[in-house]
Design a protein. Sequence first.
Length: 323
Amino acid sequence: MTAGDGAGAADWRLFRGDGVAGAAAFPPAPPWRRFDAARAERPLPYLIGRAEADVVNAALHLRRPLLVTGQPGTGKSSLARAVAHELGLGRVLSWPVNSRATLAEALYRYDAIGRLREANLRRERAKEVPGDSGIGAYVRLGPLGTALVPGGARPRVLLVDELDKGDVDLPNDLLNVFEEGEFEIPELARLPQELARVDVMTDDPDAWTTVVRGRVRCGEFPVVVITSNGEREFPPAFLRRCVRLNLPEPDEDRLLAIVRAHLGGEGEPEGMEALLATFLARRARGELATDQLLNAVFLRGRGVELGPDALLDAVLHRLGGTV
């Protein structure tokens, strides 16, 4: 049986491309592509070598940001969630960095236009609109700002994802916040004494915190995991404040362990060894990510033959090019 022919192959097809409407039931998604409450309660397993785990522990003890580098698919972003899960540190705060990312937006956002609009509305409809809802309703802390909110005895986990995609000055902009563990919200610091305490929104859903005199200062420095694809080098002053971890590509034994852990109780499909050998051979010729192997194994478990055709190339394509 091949992916393109045969009655058996048709069983896995939800879309046939023949224009005929049907009522095919959707099968369960792969465990790593489920987004329900059950996944939140039982996060996917994360496997890491002892040497790499020791570097993570060094960053935790030193209260220093962990700068994680490695090829795509080596688990850089997932490491933050694994640390939060194992240490019981709650929801991971995430700051996905792009070319327009700024430190200010990661700390807080102030909706001055929205507040002005409300003020104008109050003047126009004084009898129908209640009084000023307060400046705090127009201030929302970003992921970094929320990570610095003083709370319990345990820190929050902050994922700064793909910092190398940001502006060249962004790493230097972070230095003072990483060293001092605090920042100021000028719009609140300028308020009169009677408004010294202001409740503002945080990056957590439906959660608020009180800011005093416009200053946020952490009690415990957060667990900061910074990922980089190595697209550029960071300045020495920034690197000096980080603990560096390079995640190697998993070898054959680690790949097998990862696949088995992600499949859970579903068991290994027939032809697992051949798929793994194909993946390793293709990875030796160019970048491939571990989740591409997981995708291939999952499809094989659904009875799909991934022969040397377009379907296999679509699943195990070289990142940044074609195989």
